[in-house]
Design a protein around this ligand. Structure first.
Ligand SMILES: [Mg+2]
Length: 374
């Protein structure tokens, strides 16, 4: 008899950051420094005793809303075959149809979708990447967390050295400071520190207007950057397309988009060279794969945003050599650590995502909800 979903446990987890961090959005006064990250964890158990774990997240507002939405729809899964992931995702979308197919509504489903994929891979005895179909067993990785704008330049340089010594293959620094000279000073110092060829990226976090973005992208052309990220507002498709057309340095964007439909418009309008979907933010693995199939067809490079524990597997399945963002913030939530060597993140060979929930995650859990029989 086919297996069936017996029990679902949802957890709202609040992870405190060691230091409050600021990117350009804080320096332009649009956001407060970030002090914590909210997570929605889904743990799914089946009649056969298999377990899957998945998560979604929110920075600043939105975490409690994701948890509340997931609570309302989760009981639709009890008794269903956990391998019917496509059908179940659509069923959950219909359960919440009134609040749409983007943003919080599908981010709440993402935790469940990821858990179902984790469970299916474990049933097959395969890492998630192998279940989907891998192109490689390790992925180029770069560090972001050392390059925030709140950190003084000498600290950013020290962080870059530490990342490189740990085997990380690229460094991204934040730009988009209201004083453009600050950006150019920090970039010049970092390029000098790393040497001409070490992979280096910049991220303006959407804080330039169109004329500033054009000037800054042109000024940054000599720095041999791997990409310039979010030079404009995330929804300025036309502005990004203008830059992508005239700037030699690849233009990257997509992390803030909250559905596959929004990403497809990026592809249709030729708005970027590097697409940066975020699996939990676009609704989970089912949705992410729908998008990356089309992105690969369009010849785009891939550099998923955040959540390396999921994205390392997904990037390994992309036909064009991708980059994965190394963020160690989530380390305390899991018992395992991502392995890094020679500039690359090694895809775990453990079944599923290859992560198990830590005691620290339980300690940081502020609310739980259960449905079904244990
Ligand atoms: Mg970014």
């Amino acid at each position: 008899m086919a297996d069936s979903i017996r029990h679902i446990n949802l957890s709202h987890v609040v992870l405190p950051l060691k230091t409050a961090i600021s990117d350009a959005k804080v320096f332009t006064g649009r956001q407060k420094p970030m002090t914590e990250v909210h997570f929605l964890f889904a743990e799914i158990t089946t009649a056969d005793g298999l377990e899957g774990v998945g998560f979604s997240y929110s920075k600043r507002a939105g975490g409690p809303a994701q948890f509340a939405h997931a609570k309302q729809v989760a009981d639709n899964l009890i008794g269903e075959n956990p391998s019917d992931i496509g059908k179940l995702f659509v069923k959950l979308e219909w359960a919440g149809a009134s609040v749409g197919r983007s943003g919080v509504a599908i981010q709440a489903l993402a935790a469940i979708d990821v858990a179902l994929w984790d469970l299916k891979s474990k049933r097959a005895g395969l890492p998630l990447s192998k279940l989907i179909g891998s192109h490689r067993d390790s992925v180029r990785t770069y560090n972001t967390s050392g390059g925030f704008l709140n950190a003084p330049l000498d600290e950013v340089i020290e962080n870059a050295s530490r990342s490189r010594e740990a085997g990380i293959g690229g460094i991204k620094i934040k730009v988009g400071h209201p004083d453009r000279n600050v950006d150019m000073t920090r970039l010049t110092a970092m390029r000098e520190h790393l040497g001409d060829d070490f992979p280096l990226m910049v991220d303006a976090n959407q804080q330039w207007d169109r004329p500033t973005a054009m000037r800054m992208c042109r000024a940054m052309e000599p720095f041999n950057l791997i990409w310039i990220e979010e030079p404009l507002d995330a929804y300025d498709y036309e502005g990004h397309a203008d830059l992508a057309r005239v700037i030699d340095t690849p233009i990257a964007t997509g992390e803030m988009l909250a559905s596959v439909a929004e990403h497809l418009k990026l592809i249709d309008t030729k708005s970027c060279d590097v697409i940066q979907p975020d699996c939990p933010r676009v609704g989970g693995i089912t949705e992410f794969l729908r998008l990356t199939t089309i992105a690969a067809q369009a010849g785009l490079q891939l550099a998923p945003h955040f959540a390396m524990e999921i994205h390392c597997h997904l990037a390994a399945t992309y036909p064009i050599e991708p980059w994965v963002e190394h963020f160690d913030w989530l380390d305390p939530l899991f018992n395992e650590r991502m392995q890094i060597a020679d500039g690359r993140m090694i895809v775990s060979d453990r079944p599923g995502l290859g992560v198990t929930i830590s005691d620290q995650l339980r300690a940081w859990t502020v609310d739980t909800f259960e449905v079904g029989a244990r």
